[in-house]
Design a protein. Structure first.
Length: 397
């Protein structure tokens, strides 16, 4: 029986979801973490609540893919490799080349590698994952699903920076955004839940996880998004600063005696956001707990997080000249009722009103605003793997 696997290869991790076709039911899912480091952790969930977990050194993504496939056979999840008829890979940066998901051939793979400048941590890892699967399963349908594709509908006034036009024309310096697969999925689901055609709706989607981004979706198309040339821009995130004045860079480099700009960018990517502000953690749960216990820095971190999301929502209401629904998704958006409540309470003037009882849930698809609120607030658990699966099915035909 045929199976399809969705792969999300990060710089040091590889996540997978294995689907049984044609039912599209999840047979197994899991993650290999700390690839290339000592004591990699390999976890597979399967059957009814069964879990396989082992800690061993896994040196690179190619070995990770081999181990994964072998383990799927050993655990009896697949009988042999030939049962897998298609693989879909999440790719972070597709630049201007990839406006939609595509079948992977040598040319596509080369382009993905060449786009490494736009996502230096992610695209090389994505490409390694693709190569590893191609080596092991050369004949199967192989599809790349790009995080940026959904945002390629943005108009020029939203994707261009106010810098000399030649930098866009000569070097493709522009906004690309990210999390597109998630924004696309939750906006489509929200329209279904609201019982209205997507084409008629103005939706603001808030993907609030470790990485966070806000998107204005007008008639089903992304018209603006908070991440920029790279996923560093936009709202405050777990460890990323989001938007800052570029002039801070030379100033801080001087004060901190940093001579390599990469080191400074690394601080903005890895040591800023909730972590840098609170000094406690990058994890929202820890920051919420610390704030409850009276930690003032943690409270400031939370206030800034809410504030940045609210500001983007305000911007996007202006961009679209209106909004019908605001959607919350990803780890924080799906699980933190208090985050949704505080963000929405602070922008009630626009006609949003949270129903506290309905909002008091985690990870279920539902409308959480009051019945007569002008702007609907919707909670939609994201499912990027499902989008990858659908694209493999569509392109594999
Ligand atoms: P990633 O970008 O790594 O995929 P996720 O979407 O998994 O991130 O989101 C991780 C974030 O979700 C973390 O900040 C985590 O604290 C937060 N989160 C998960 N569960 C809860 C919860 N119950 N309350 C508040 N935040 C939560």
């Amino acid at each position: 029986m045929s199976k399809i696997i969705a792969i999300n290869a990060g710089s040091s991790s590889l996540k997978f979801t294995l689907y049984q076709m044609p039912e599209e039911s999840i047979l197994s899912s899991g993650i290999i973490e700390r690839i290339g480091l000592k004591d990699s952790i390999f976890t597979i969930k399967y059957g009814e609540d069964k879990k396989y977990s082992v800690t061993e050194d896994i040196d690179n993504h190619e070995i990770a893919v081999e181990k994964l496939m072998t383990q799927l056979v050993d655990l009896g999840i697949i009988a042999d490799f030939n049962e897998i008829s298609g693989v879909g890979h999440r790719v972070v940066a597709g630049g201007e080349d990839f406006k939609e998901s595509t079948l992977i051939n040598d040319d596509v793979l080369e382009k993905i590698e060449a786009l490494g400048d736009l996502a230096p941590l992610h695209n090389p890892a994505n490409a390694t994952g693709i190569r590893a699967f191609k080596k092991l399963l050369p004949e199967i349908t192989s599809v790349a699903v790009f995080d940026t594709a959904f945002h390629t509908t943005m108009p020029k006034e939203n994707y261009l920076y106010s810098i000399p036009m030649e930098y866009y024309e000569d070097f493709a310096a522009r906004k690309y955004g990210a999390h597109g697969t998630s924004h696309q999925y939750v906006s489509e689901r929200a329209a279904e839940l609201l019982g209205k055609p997507l084409e008629d709706l103005k939706i603001i989607t808030c993907h609030l996880g470790n990485g966070a981004s806000i998107t204005a979706v007008d008639g089903g198309k992304s018209v603006d998004t908070s991440m920029g040339f790279t996923p560093l821009a936009g709202v405050t995130m777990g460890t990323r600063s989001g938007d800052i004045d570029a002039s801070l860079l030379p100033y801080l480099m001087d004060k901190l005696e940093i001579t390599d700009i990469k080191e400074m960018i690394n601080i903005l990517n890895k040591k800023s956001g909730l972590l840098g502000l609170s000094g406690v953690s990058s994890d929202m749960r820890d920051v919420e707990t610390a704030a409850e216990e009276g930690n003032e820095r943690a409270q400031v971190a939370l206030d800034i997080f809410y504030n940045r999301v609210q500001k983007y929502i305000g911007q996007y209401i202006a961009t679209m000249n209106g909004v019908d629904a605001i959607v919350f998704t990803a780890g924080i958006g799906e699980n933190s009722a208090i985050t949704r409540k505080i963000i929405i309470d602070g922008i009630s003037w626009f006609g949003c009103d949270i129903d506290e009882e309905k909002n008091n849930v985690r990870g279920v698809e539902r409308i959480v605003s009051t019945d007569d609120a002008k702007v609907k607030v919707v909670l939609i658990p994201t499912d990027e793997e499902k989008v990858i699966l659908n694209d493999v099915i569509r392109l594999g035909k």
